[in-house]
Write a protein that binds this ligand. Structure first.
Ligand code: IMP
Length: 428
């Protein structure tokens, strides 16, 4: 294959960074195309952990070009901090391989502030955002008044763009939220300085990917968040502000030749969610706490505890349809090892009917999950994991998910390391 996409099939945090890291071994470019540093992609190499937020996970492979496409909302300060983390993780990292689209909207101090004001404002809808300014920045993009990365290199243009952006916000900060905010000059000077630092990375990433594809290079698209957080397909309004589904690839960074041939949906063997919003299979008692503690379920970006529950097949089936997923990567199977009960949600009772697939507009607060009990497993894999070494009950758990989902599980992960994964199909 020439192009493959990695997409979160749940509410984010499914382990996309880890799968991207693995598949990037054989790819030439890894492209982020939506979201921003609200993402937190955790990767463990030789027992050493790194969390990437904005820089594509492929950067950890020495010869991969890591591309931040124009669909990403770009926080230059967060990027510079992440570069420091990356360099302290690996002093030899070749930073020239990181490319940023000149057309990415820039996350400014005003977006951060607005995000916080809205979340704290009594009477507004509390989404439980990551407070990274993502939603307000996408708002400005759509309203055609965003500062874009290329503007950071031109003082006059930047002043003009900031003036347009600040005109309404100034009123909101002063009169509605009563919040202090940086002056236009302060923000301009801060951004100009950051623009200077990131200058070597800025380019036309569309043409870069296009030319690479024309030369036969292999492209991996790395999604952020998950299908159920998609602005159009997700559990609105408790969603993020971008298209986390496959459509985001087309609008956020892919020339025609790079359209993905395989779209891998990443799903945990159970379900988690951070922030507000409905969660049909959430377990509030002992099971939820066990999943949370054994699974280390805390947000990689905000440190918030993740809500936990059983795997929800009606939602997974919906994600498969909404994002054209061709197969699944099933992560964190090891967390379920040794549990004294194991359940899959196979359908819902909803408005007097039984349904097996969610759909847009369904009221997830009103569904009643139908569960199936599965045989327990307790695999250890002390001599390494292989297809042959899977116990019958573990195999059965995976097979049952395949049956209910209607697509194959092509990748399975039984631990955080690169060597705790089985890849059942050759993608590149
Ligand atoms: P925002 O993207 O910061 O605006 O947050 C909107 C919603 O998406 C909140 O419920 C966040 O918790 C959630 N969210 C955003 N990014 C991630 C992520 O990378 N993983 C999981 N949830 C996320």
């Amino acid at each position: 294959m020439k192009s493959v996409a990695i997409i979160g099939a749940q509410w984010g945090d499914e382990g996309k960074g880890k799968i991207t890291d693995l598949l990037s071994e054989r790819s030439d470019l890894v492209v982020r195309y939506q979201g921003g540093n609200n993402a937190g992609h955790t990767i463990i190499v030789d027992g050493k952990k790194i969390v990437l937020h904005l820089i594509p996970s492929g950067v950890l492979r020495g010869d991969v070009t890591a591309v931040i496409g124009h669909g990403v909302v770009f926080d230059p300060q967060a990027f510079c901090q992440e570069m420091i983390t990356l360099k302290s993780w690996d002093g030899d990292i070749d930073a020239s391989r990181i490319k940023i689209s000149a057309n990415c909207p820039v996350v400014t101090s005003y977006h951060h502030l607005l995000d916080r004001c809205r979340e704290e404002h009594k009477g507004g809808v509390t989404i439980g955002t990551t407070l990274k300014g993502i939603g307000p920045c996408y708002e400005d993009k759509v309203a055609r008044r965003a500062v874009r990365v290329g503007d950071l290199l031109n003082k006059q243009l930047l002043s003009k763009r900031l003036a347009a952006m600040l005109s309404e916000k100034e009123y909101l900060f002063t009169h509605l939220y009563k919040a202090e905010f940086p002056t236009l000059e302060e923000e301009r000077d801060r951004l100009l300085e950051l623009g200077n630092l990131i200058r070597p990375h800025i380019c036309d990433t569309f043409s870069l990917v296009d030319q690479a594809v024309a030369k036969g290079k292999k492209v991996l698209f790395e999604g952020a968040q998950g299908v159920l957080l998609d602005i159009d397909y997700g559990s609105y309004p408790y969603v993020t502000s971008s298209n986390t589904t496959v459509g985001g690839i087309f609008t956020g960074g892919s020339p025609s030749g790079a359209a993905p041939e395989a779209v891998i949906g990443i799903t945990k063997a159970y379900t988690t969610r951070v922030g507000e919003g409905p969660f049909p299979t959430e377990q509030l008692g002992e099971i939820g706490e066990k999943l949370q503690s054994i699974g280390g379920e805390r947000g990689a970006t905000t440190g918030r505890k993740r809500r936990c529950g059983w795997l929800d097949l009606p939602l997974l089936r919906y994600a498969i349809k909404a994002s054209h997923l061709t197969s699944l990567a099933l992560t964190k199977l090891d967390i379920l090892s040794g549990f004294d009960q194991l359940k899959l949600c196979t359908g819902y009772h909803y408005q007097g009917e039984m349904i097996d697939c969610a759909f847009p507009g369904i009221d997830l607060e009103q569904v009643e999950p139908i569960y199936e009990d599965l045989a327990l497993f307790d695999d250890k894999f002390e001599d390494g994991i292989s297809e042959k070494s899977l116990s019958p009950n573990l195999k059965n758990y995976i097979k049952r998910i395949e049956e209910l989902a209607g697509v194959p599980v092509d990748i399975l992960a039984y631990g955080p390391g690169r060597d705790q994964v089985i890849i059942r199909k050759t993608f590149f």
